[in-house]
Design a protein around this ligand. Sequence first.
Ligand code: 13P
Length: 262
Amino acid sequence: MVTTRTPLIAGNWKMNLDHLQSIAFVQKLAWSLKDAKHDYSTVEAVVFPPFTDLRSVQTLLDADKLHLGLGAQDLSAHDSGAHTGEISGAFLSKLDIRYVIVGHSERRTMHGETDAVVAAKVLAAHRNGLVPVLCVGETAADLEEHGPSAVPVAQLRAAVADLPADAEIVVAYEPVWAIGSGKAATAEQAEQVCAALREALADVLGSDSAAATRILYGGSVKSSNIASFMREPNVDGALVGGASLDVDEFASIVRFPSHVGV
Ligand code: 13P
């Protein structure tokens, strides 16, 4: 089958940059990509700022007709009600937000998000017209005990079990041991797990959905290693943490086809 998946480079800012800093950052990033004549139809670029930045960034993207995409870092499993401190997917979709990260390992470990909570959030995203960017990945101990694919595949199966087959989803394979460590997985390791994730998607959601779904790699991605990942057939982009906070570095990652000849 001919692959029609548009590569996606996603910048997860985590808890960095306030709303004023976010405006300056997005302006610089958009200029940098414009200067380089970046074609967003060949590589989609999306930023995931903190909640308090979203309205400011959305207003800027809208006013200046910028082609950067906008995503949120989390959402509530509920759409409204007595859930102090939570953010509804309905509110995010009102801000023209297209993507929302669900099940990041930092939320699984620091905020006790179980597979059931993650599955409920995936459904909440879909219900509100958002595309979940579902994060899965194993710890170093999991890797030693279960091998490379078992834990991420089990997390994926649990998260999409109740999702309709035609729902759009992005999957991000982020080995916990590679996040923020400077020690990225090898391209071969990423490909092996991404291929296993695509097989699991085919099994649960069907082969059309599996063929159409973008699967990203995340964990210490930089401009110097993005090329190796993007050469792999089952890796469709990257979820970038630390390197997404540097305009030049992130722009260079987005522009990977121009500097690696992919
Ligand atoms: P780093 O790119 O800083 O390793 O973070 C990866 C990540 O967690 C993105 O969601």
